[in-house]
Design a protein around this ligand. Structure first.
Ligand SMILES: *Cc1c(COP(=O)(O)O)cnc(C)c1O
Length: 376
C-alpha cells in the first residue's frame, strides 16, 4: 500500500498558464489584472463588498488590527483553541488577549461565555469558524452591538461556507480568508481581507498600499499618489493572484469534491460513537465546506495510539492547536481562568487525511484501519 498523505494541494486547470500570463504581462506586483479578476469573483460569488488580497490571512488580520487602532492595554476576546495568527495580529499592536473557551461539543467560541469577559477596555471579539463551521453569529453580533464592540471573523478555513445562507467572512466588521497550501483554495501563501463596515473602506486600501492613496490613483480618481497614512506591504503579487484565480474558477468543483469526502467520512465513521468517539457537530445554522475532518478521541493517550497505528499503515493523521492560553508564549500572561473545553480539543482532537485528490479507495482504507484499531 502506498503512503496516504495528510494533505496535498490540488492543481485544477489553468494555474500555470495564468502564472505565465501574469509574468509575461510585466505587471507582477500587486493590484494588477489577476488581483482585479479575483476581486470581481468575490464580489459576484459571495457579494463581498471590499476585497483586499493580502500576502496571508495572518496579514489580513494584522490589517484589521491596524484599522481598529488598537492601543496598548486594549482587550480583545479570542477563542483559545485556534492558530497563533488569530492572536498575534493584536498582540503586535499591544493588545491584551482575553481567551474564551470552546463549547463542550464544538471547538468554536462559546458565545454564552463572552459577555462575562467584557470590560471597559474590550475593543473587539475575534471569532474563528473552526473547520469551516460557522460560529453562532447572531448571538455574537448582538453582544457586540450591546457593548459597541467590533467583530472580526477569522474565516481562514471557511471559504464557501455559510451561516444561515450568509457567506462566512461577510458578517462581522471584517473577515479574513486564507489561501495557504493547507486550505481549500490555495496559492501557496495568500489571504483576503474583507471589509464589511463602510467606516473602514477608505483607510483599508491606504493601509494595504503602504500608506499611500495608490489604489485611488489606479482608478484614475487622482493625478498622483502620495504618502497619506501609516501602512505596510500587504498586497499579494499578481503572479500569486493568477494562481489563485485559476483555483477560484474551479471553486464549485473543488468544494463538491471536498464535501463529498467529508460526508463520506461522516457517514462511515458515525458508528465510532459506540466507542465514545465524537464526530464534528454541525449546528442548524451552519454549512460544511469540507475544510477538515476530525474525530474527538477519549484521551490524549488514545489519540497517540491511533496516530501511531495509522502511521504503521502509512496513513498520515495529525492533531493541532495547543490552546493558546497554555502556549509557551502566553501561559504567563493568561489570567489563569481554566478553559477545559479548549484543553480537551487540544488533547483529543485528531484530523484525518482530506484533500481534493483523495480517492474513495484510499478513503475506504483509512476508514477500515480506524475500525480495525478500535476492534483490536
Ligand atoms: C491557516 C489559518 C490562519 C493563518 O493563515 P495564513 O494564510 O497561513 O496566514 C489563521 N487562522 C486560522 C484559524 C487558520 O486556520
Amino acid at each position: 500500500m502506498k503512503e496516504i498523505l495528510f494533505n496535498k494541494p490540488q492543481i485544477v486547470g489553468k494555474e500555470l498558464s495564468y502564472i505565465n500570463q501574469a509574468i509575461q504581462s510585466g505587471s507582477t506586483s500587486g493590484n494588477h489584472q489577476f488581483t482585479k479578476k479575483c476581486n470581481l469573483f468575490f464580489k459576484q460569488k459571495y457579494q463581498f463588498t471590499q476585497n483586499l488580497l493580502t500576502t496571508s490571512c495572518t496579514d489580513a488580520l494584522e490589517m484589521a488590527a491596524l484599522l481598529l487602532e488598537i492601543k496598548e492595554g486594549d482587550e480583545i476576546i479570542i477563542p483559545s483553541y485556534t492558530f497563533s495568527s488569530t492572536a498575534n495580529a493584536f498582540i503586535l499592536k499591544g493588545a491584551n488577549i482575553v481567551f474564551a473557551d470552546s463549547y463542550p461539543n464544538n471547538p468554536n467560541i462559546n458565545a454564552d461565555t463572552i459577555e462575562a469577559l467584557i470590560t471597559p477596555k474590550t475593543k473587539a471579539i475575534v471569532v474563528v469558524h473552526y473547520a469551516g463551521l460557522a460560529c453562532d453569529m447572531d448571538a455574537i453580533l448582538s453582544i457586540a452591538k450591546k457593548y459597541n464592540l467590533l467583530v472580526i471573523e477569522d474565516a481562514a478555513q471557511a471559504i464557501d461556507s455559510y451561516y444561515n445562507n450568509k457567506p462566512l467572512g461577510s458578517i462581522g466588521d471584517f473577515g479574513a480568508l486564507s489561501f495557504h497550501q493547507t486550505k481549500n483554495i490555495v496559492c501557496g501563501e495568500g489571504g483576503l481581507l474583507i471589509v464589511n463596515n463602510p467606516n473602514f473602506t477608505k483607510r483599508a486600501e491606504i493601509i494595504w498600499e503602504k500608506g499611500t492613496n495608490r489604489a485611488s490613483f489606479i482608478r484614475g480618481e487622482i493625478k498622483k499618489y502620495e504618502w497619506v497614512d501609516v501602512g505596510a506591504s500587504y498586497l499579494l503579487s499578481d503572479v500569486l493572484a493568477a494562481y489563485l484565480y485559476a483555483q477560484l474558477e474551479q471553486v464549485d468543483q473543488i468544494q463538491a469534491k471536498r464535501k463529498k469526502i467529508w460526508n463520506y467520512y461522516f457517514n462511515h465513521l458515525k458508528e465510532l460513537e459506540q466507542f465514545n468517539i465524537q464526530l464534528p457537530e454541525v449546528p442548524t445554522f451552519a454549512s460544511t465546506n469540507g475544510a477538515l475532518f476530525y474525530l474527538v478521541m477519549n484521551s490524549m493517550k488514545e489519540r497517540k495510539a491511533l496516530i501511531s497505528y495509522l502511521k504503521l499503515h502509512k496513513i498520515n493523521a495529525v492533531f493541532h492547536y495547543q490552546s493558546l492560553h497554555k502556549s509557551p508564549y502566553y501561559k504567563n500572561k493568561h489570567d489563569g481562568r481554566p478553559l477545559p473545553n479548549a484543553d480537551r480539543f487540544t488533547d483529543c482532537l485528531l484530523r484525518l487525511p482530506l484533500y481534493y485528490d483523495l480517492s474513495e479507495e484510499d478513503q475506504n482504507y483509512v476508514i477500515e484501519k480506524i475500525f480495525k484499531f478500535f476492534k483490536r
